[in-house]
Design a binder for this molecule. Structure first.
Ligand SMILES: [Zn+2]
Length: 345
């Protein structure tokens, strides 16, 4: 039986932003960051090990394990054009992480990953995002298989074809530095971009499976991704991305909804008090029971809510301290081993 035909990079359009006349590694970033273990951040040179760099750069992180639950976080539809996001008052926040691309926070922030220069470099994509001869792209994938990375790259570019669909979007994308620029600092050619966007659209129409399923749902609500993560991943109750970075902002954010809930409870209690003053409701046993139950809830509810927020803060503090102490012990161990080896002949 003949070996399967290797899946090829399906795009042909050359966009002026990539430096195709030089070595393809010139299109890579200066350095990149990744986590070797929780809280252990490493920086590396992407040109040293391009497949390892691409695995991390095109990784969907925890979103890949939540795919079947993502219906809760966003509808299956193409990305909304950039100018419309701006018209809706969303602030475009640059986030150079593939898993954060097109996640939007409740405060009106939309995370957008800029297009990496190397993804517009045909030669680079053909040599690094195509599977070797005979690859069947099976599950789990072989080490040499580029199937998932290629689908993520094409899905990401497809979202850009939808985000930057008109000249207004193109100007906005260049203003926000979402698209790579030419070497002289000028924006890439609109005509080139138009050709690439249409090619991406044709590719998706021909075979929707060519893009990663994450990108079939463009914008995802961060708050709902956090809910999915809290209930489907271990350790439980941890959000996917913390919306707060210190404990005062945690309490401030929670006090906002607790104040709104307290006002609502106070309104209901006032209405019940007025109801109890009327002759008809004074003799109504059901209303009396409901008033009794709601009064108990009004006393215990705020105490429980504040207690839960305090417990959440303590849980996070305990986690942070454990990781910091473990990191400090590792550093001390490495230093003392270093001292021994230095003193050794
Ligand atoms: Zn493959």
């Amino acid at each position: 039986m003949a070996p399967p035909h290797p899946p090829l990079w399906p795009l042909e359009t050359k966009v002026s932003g990539s430096r195709q006349e030089k070595s393809t590694t010139d299109d890579l970033p200066a350095i990149y960051r990744y986590y070797e273990a929780p809280r252990k951040r490493i920086v590396g040179n992407p040109a040293d090990d391009i497949p390892a760099f691409l695995r991390r750069e095109l990784s969907l992180g925890g979103l890949a394990d939540m795919l079947k639950h993502l219906w809760l976080a966003g509808a299956e539809r193409p990305a909304t054009p950039l100018h419309f996001h701006a018209a809706m008052g969303r602030e475009i926040a640059i986030a150079d992480r593939m898993d954060l691309h097109l996640l939007w926070a409740d405060k009106g922030r939309l995370f957008v990953k800029p297009v990496p220069r190397f993804l517009l470099d045909l030669a680079f994509c053909r040599s690094n995002l195509q599977c070797p001869d005979g690859c069947a792209c099976c599950n789990p994938p072989a080490d040499t298989c580029r199937g998932i990375a290629r689908k993520v790259a094409l899905g990401f570019l497809y979202t850009y074809a939808c985000l930057v669909s008109s000249e207004s979007d193109f100007h906005l994308a260049n203003e926000k530095r979402l698209l790579p620029r030419n070497e002289d600092g000028t924006p890439i050619n609109w005509a080139d971009w138009k050709t690439l966007a249409r090619e991406l659209l044709r590719m998706h129409e021909r075979d929707p499976d060519v893009v990663h399923p994450r990108f079939l749902r463009a914008e995802l609500r961060l708050s709902r991704v956090n809910i999915i993560h809290r209930f489907t991943r271990l350790p439980p109750f941890r959000p996917y991305l913390r919306g707060w970075h210190n404990y005062s902002s945690l309490f401030r954010d929670n006090i906002a909804w607790m104040t709104a809930a307290t006002i609502f409870v106070a309104l209901v209690l006032t209405a019940m008090q007025v109801g109890l003053a009327t002759e008809r409701l004074q003799r109504n046993a059901t209303f009396q029971q409901a008033s009794y139950g709601f009064t108990v809830f009004a006393i215990l509810g705020p105490i429980c809510a504040f207690g839960l927020v305090a417990l959440g803060a303590l849980f996070n503090l305990a986690n942070d301290l454990t990781l910091l102490i473990r990191g400090q012990r590792n550093r001390t161990g490495t230093r003392s081993r270093g001292e021994v080896s230095q003193s050794a002949p």
